[in-house]
Structures are given as C-alpha cells and as structure tokens.
Design a binder for this molecule. Structure first.
Ligand code: ME8
Length: 653
C-alpha cells in the first residue's frame, strides 16, 4: 500500500445471532483486529467495523423455538457477541446491528438507488430455498434433487412474488473485475473458483420475501409493504451503512474498504453479489475480499450437536488471550483449514513464545542487570553490529507487505527469524567472555543490539499480542507509538539510552492441557488411572532403607542453567555439547546424552535443572562440568525445567 493512501477500513462479517460465538468467529475477528491495530500503528486513519446480522427467517425461527420475539432474542445474542469482543479487547470502531435504525434507512436508500438505476424489477420467484444458509438454489444445483448443496439440509420450495436484482447485468463487469484485479480475492487461489462460477452464467437474484416479516421493509416509495428485504442484501449493505451511508455520511470517507475478511463459506456472496451491488450504487470496490479457511476440532467440523464447539473465552482464560491470538494467526496459512488442538497451542506457547520471545527478554534483563546495572546505550551498536542490524531491517522490511496480502503466518515466521538472529548473537559473541576480558564496550554494544531488536520486534508484534507487548515495551522503557514505528522501523534509528525494568516471565511453560475435554477424560480413565494405581502400589511396598536425610539431599547442588550454546558432537549418536550459564563468570561445558530427543538449535536460550557439583568427567575426550536433569518414559525424554524462567544460577531446593 502506498503511503499516500491514509485511510484504512477493515471489516468482519456480521455474525448471525442464532448461535453463540466459537473460535471460528473469534478467528475472523482477531485477524481483522490485528490488521486494524497494525494500520493504526503505521499511522493510517483506520476504521474497523464488526457487528451482528439479525434479520431473516432463520433468526425468526430460532427466536420462536425459544418462546421469544426475534428482537428480544437478537438483543440477547448480539449482546453476547459484543461482550465477548469487549472481553477480548477487540479494537472495533463501530459495532453494527442490522436492527439499528440508521442501517434500516441506509438499506432502503440503497434499494431506491438500485431501483432508480433500473437494476431492480418485480417478478415471481419459484425455486428452492435453504433457510439455514438463507440462499436460493435452482433445481439443478440441489443435492439429490432436494438437499442444499452447501449444508446438505432439505430445502423448501418457495413460490412467491419477489423483487429481483439484475445480477445478469454484471456478469461481464465482474469477470473484468477479477481479471484486472488479481488480488481482489485473496488468497489468489480462491479466485479461480469464483471466476469459474461466474463464467458458468449467473441468474438474477431474488431480493425480497413475502412469506415472513422479520426483515427490513421496502422503502415507502415502493408502495409495497408485503415485502421484506432478502437477508443477504440487508446484511452486505452493513459495510456501508456502518459508515453512515444514507444517513450521516461523514465516515463514508473510509470507503472503499482495504480488507473485508470473510470465512470461505461466504466468499461467493462477498465476491459476486457484493461487488455487483456496489457497482449498481456507483461506489468503488474494496481492495481485497480475503477468505480464510475453516477451523475444525480434532479433525471434525464443530457443531453444537456434536458437543465439540471450542469456546474462545474458555481458551483465552486458560492459556491467555495473547497466546490464543498468536496461535490463531501463526498456526495456519491464511485460506487453509486448521485443526484446533490444545497440544498445538501449548507447543506454540512453550516454544515460540516462551523460549524464543519471552526468554530473549529474560536475557536482556539478565545481561543488562548483571553487567550494567540495567542501563543500556545504543551508542556503539552500529560500530560492532551493522551486519546484524542490516539483516534484521531487511527481514522486517520484507515482512510488512505480507500483512495486507494476508500472509500473516509468514509475517510471523519472518519476525521469528529476527528473534533467532538475536538469540544466536548472544551465543556467538559470548558477552560473559567479553566482560571477563574487560571488553565492556563490546558487551554493551551486544546487549544494546539485542534490546534494539526486541524494540523493533515489539512494534511489529503489538497488533498480534497487544497486552504482552505493552509489558515488554515498558520493560525496555520504550513506547509503542507511530512516532517510534517511524523512528525505529522506517528510519532505522536506534533507541535512546534506556533503563531496563525486570518483569515476571511473560509466558510460563505449560505442561498439561488446561481445558478438560471428553478426550482428556478418556485418557485419564484409560491411561492415567492404572498408572496412578501402580504408583500407589509402589508407595506401599517402598522399603524404608531407601530413605535419605535432608542433609544428604542437600549434598547435591542443583541450579537453574540457561543453555547459551549447543552443538552436536560429531560421530556421537547421543551427545550434545552445551555451554550452560549457571550464574558463574563463564558458562559451563556440559555434555548431555539428549541428541535423539532435542536438536541443538532448539535448546539455545532454554533453561534446565543442572547438577552443579559433580566432579568434571571426560566424555569422548571432552570435559563435562555438570549434568542436566531429565525424565524419560515411553513418551520420550524431557528435560526438567523451571515452570517460569529463572535467573541463571538460581538454586533449586
Ligand atoms: O455467515 N472456522 O454469519 P455466521 C472459521 N451473517 N471461521 C468460522 C467458522 C469456522 N469453523 N465458523 C464461522 C454469516 N466462522 C452471515 C454473514 S456478512 C454480510 C453476513 C466465521 O454467523 C467465518 O468468518 O454464520 C464465517 O464467514 C463467519 O464466521 C460466518 O458467520
């Protein structure tokens, strides 16, 4: 996007109020929120719209089955959606409801304009309607002559007077649109489907119904109050009525939208009907309709009847909102389906967030505190680290365009490469050796390099994890602001002298699934119970002569060590050569037989429990000055690590 385009408008679909929000809805909303936050930080004048879709037969039926009026029911569920987004600190500028008076007026004005243009005519509709999808189908489109081709539910035959929108007028214009704007539909691969569909020929679209009345009436000028508008016409127009179309139009300056996010299920409505309506209204078209994939649960579609719907609030409460946001944005390439599993979420938290990001901050705190009383100055960074700075700036510069192209997982991957540069630099330059040899200026330059990298990364991760990043920023003594974005990222300036503040670990390690599920319960009964019983059995038969006194226990010195370097030992199947910081002047060399279970790379920056008073031993000709504690069972070997990151050398007792 060029810098001259200063207005950015981002939308989510408006969600039907016949269901509670699940992680699918949260996913769309989190992506949109990320785009909006990023746009604001960059300095664009940004408007972010979300809301609820409240009319139509499906909602009316749901309300009736609960003994409520449609409006009572819509108020209740819409309120829950809004509450959830507020709990999630979603930065929407407006929450629109299709029952809002301004929306109603805007929709009626749009109808009048399309009618005046000659794009609407009155006729008779005879065909098949799926209430669940609120969609009309031709006989030929039905599954086995009866079922809805989208959801499989039975359709009903509808025969009624109806107004039609001349979609056929727009066939060629739509095909031209897709051809001239290959990024109108993102991901691009999805555009093909739509082009094929439109090339196959369109029918005019029935846009009013007479068989129920829970909808927006036609404008009075039509003098035809039997009809209510088709729910998709009503709903799609929210994107402009939310900016005041037809009422107070000052926010229409945000139109056209930069990105309109949708799930793949509703791409057709947004890439065929919506641009046709906009053309009819003589309004410009959005830059991108971006369709994401589907979230499943353990490989299955989520549904209330299966009882496998994942409640986003429950996940965020258990694992942290920012970790959930990061997981959703990082785990799946945009456009592809993703499977939600707690295990995958935990892995992201422990590895990407805990080891790579959280631990880097930890190291900044540790190094600046130990060597420089928490003071950091960037004055010599360029002198010693121009190459690293250039590499980091190039990676970040290339990462940013990925955002509006909806390659957000790749954007995050690039940022993680930058974190790797930082973590690696500590191992490569060994600030502890520099300090020992009196090379203080160089050690300071290194600590400042890492602090600068963290500052840049924080600016670019703020839209993804606003709460955690604000903590990191305050620990670094920097502000997340457009001014700093321009200084540090656009102009590549270094941060001013700063004092680091120590804060608690941001992403404590998580070992157990935190949300009870049917699966977990099953595991508990099948696997855990016999194990627990066996353990009890053992307890009973334990011989007292195995016992030791507390003094005997304390003969072993256990400490928390930070692995600052790790290498494979050539010709050894088992050994890794580690340099482990246990709070002494220099890291210790420890040879650990864990190569089959950990890659050298994955260990750098992580912590483990070290036996620190073992007599040095020689393994394959190399000295080993300690031992890492680990536990091994049929699930593999795992190092024993502190639950939250600890200062290297902390005693274990
Ligand atoms: O379609 N995985 O509303 P809706 C990923 N009111 N995303 C999912 C999902 C899943 N399993 N389930 C739902 C409507 N979504 C209309 C829209 S817009 C003018 C009118 C997300 O409540 C996804 O964004 O059925 C999908 O497009 C949207 O919720 C559908 O929400």
């Amino acid at each position: 996007m060029s810098d001259s385009c200063k207005k950015v408008y981002i939308t989510t679909p408006i969600y039907y109020v016949n269901d509670v929000a699940h992680i699918g809805h949260a996913y769309t909303t989190i992506i949109a929120d990320m785009l909006a936050r990023y746009s604001r930080l960059v300095g664009y004048d940004t408007f972010f719209l979300t809301g609820t879709d409240e009319h139509g037969q499906k909602i009316a039926d749901s309300a009736t089955s609960r003994g409520k009026t449609p409006k009572e029911y819509a108020d209740e569920v819409s309120g829950k959606f809004k509450q959830l987004w507020d709990d999630f600190d979603i930065s929407y500028d407006k929450f629109i409801r299709t029952t809002d008076e301004e929306h109603k007026i805007g929709v009626q004005k749009a109808f009048e304009k399309m009618y005046a243009k000659g794009d609407i005519y009155k006729g008779h509709y005879e065909g098949n309607y799926c209430v669940s999808c609120e969609t009309f189908f031709t006989e030929a489109q039905l599954m086995d002559g009866e079922g809805c081709p989208d959801c499989g539910k039975p359709t009903t035959v509808v025969k009624e007077e109806s107004y039609f929108f001349k979609l056929t007028n727009y066939e060629d214009k739509l095909l031209e649109l897709y051809k001239n704007n290959p990024e109108f539909i993102l991901p691009k691969a999805k555009a093909k489907e739509i082009v094929n569909f439109v090339s196959g020929g369109l029918n005019d679209l029935s846009i009013s119904r007479t068989s129920f009345d829970w909808g927006i009436k036609l404008p009075e000028s039509m003098n035809d109050d039997k009809h209510v508008m088709y729910v998709w016409l009503d709903a799609l127009l929210n994107y402009i009525t939310g900016l005041g179309y037809g009422t107070d139009e000052k926010n229409m300056q945000y139109w056209p939208a930069k990105v309109q996010l949708v799930g793949k299920d509703i791409l057709r409505f947004h890439s065929i009907f919506w641009p046709a309506f906009l053309m009819s209204l003589d309004l410009p078209l959005p830059d991108h309709i971006a369709a994401h994939g589907w979230w499943t649960r353990d490989g299955e579609k989520m549904s209330k009847s299966k009882g496998n719907v994942v409640d986003p609030k429950e996940v965020a409460d258990a694992y942290g909102l920012d970790a959930f946001r990061y997981f959703m944005l990082r785990e799946v390439p945009f456009g592809q389906d993703g499977d939600f599993s707690q295990r995958a979420l935990m892995d992201r938290i422990n590895s990407d967030l805990g080891n790579d990001l959280g631990n880097l901050l930890n190291r900044i705190q540790g190094m600046s505190g130990k060597y420089f009383d928490f003071k950091v100055t960037s004055k010599d960074v360029a002198k010693y680290h121009q190459k690293e700075l250039d590499d980091v700036d190039t990676l970040l510069e290339n990462a940013e365009p990925l955002i509006y192209n909806m390659q957000i997982n790749r954007y995050l991957e690039e940022i993680w490469k930058v974190l790797t540069i930082a973590n690696k630099a500590i191992g490569d330059y060994e600030p502890w050796t520099m300090m020992k040899n009196g090379r203080e200026e160089e050690a300071m330059a290194l600590v400042a390099l890492i602090t600068n990298i963290m500052a840049k990364v924080s600016l670019l991760l703020d839209s993804v994890m606003p709460e955690k990043i604000s903590k990191i920023a305050s620990s670094l003594g920097i502000e997340i602001s457009t001014e700093n974005y321009n200084k540090l990222l656009k102009n590549k300036e270094l941060i001013a002298d700063t004092t680091i503040t120590k804060i608690d670990a941001l992403f404590p390690r998580i070992e157990e699934e935190l949300i009870a599920t049917a699966d977990v319960q099953k595991t508990e009964s099948v696997v855990e119970k016999p194990r627990k019983e066996a353990a009890k059995q053992e307890e009973k038969t334990e011989e007292p002569d195995n016992l030791i006194t507390i003094d005997q226990f304390f003969e072993t010195t256990l400490k928390i060590g930070t692995i600052v370097e790790a290498q494979e030992v050539p010709k050894s199947k088992k050994l890794l050569k580690l340099q482990v910081d246990v709070g002494e002047a220099n890291p210790r060399q420890i040879l650990a037989g864990i190569k089959e279970f950990y890659s050298a790379e994955s260990l750098v920056g992580t912590q483990a429990c070290v036996v620190a008073n073992l007599k040095p031993a020689k393994l394959m000709g190399m000295v080993s000055e300690g031992m890492l504690l680990a536990a091994k069972d049929e699930n593999g070997l795992h190092l024993l690590r502190p639950e939250a990151s600890k200062i290297a050398g902390t005693k274990v007792s």
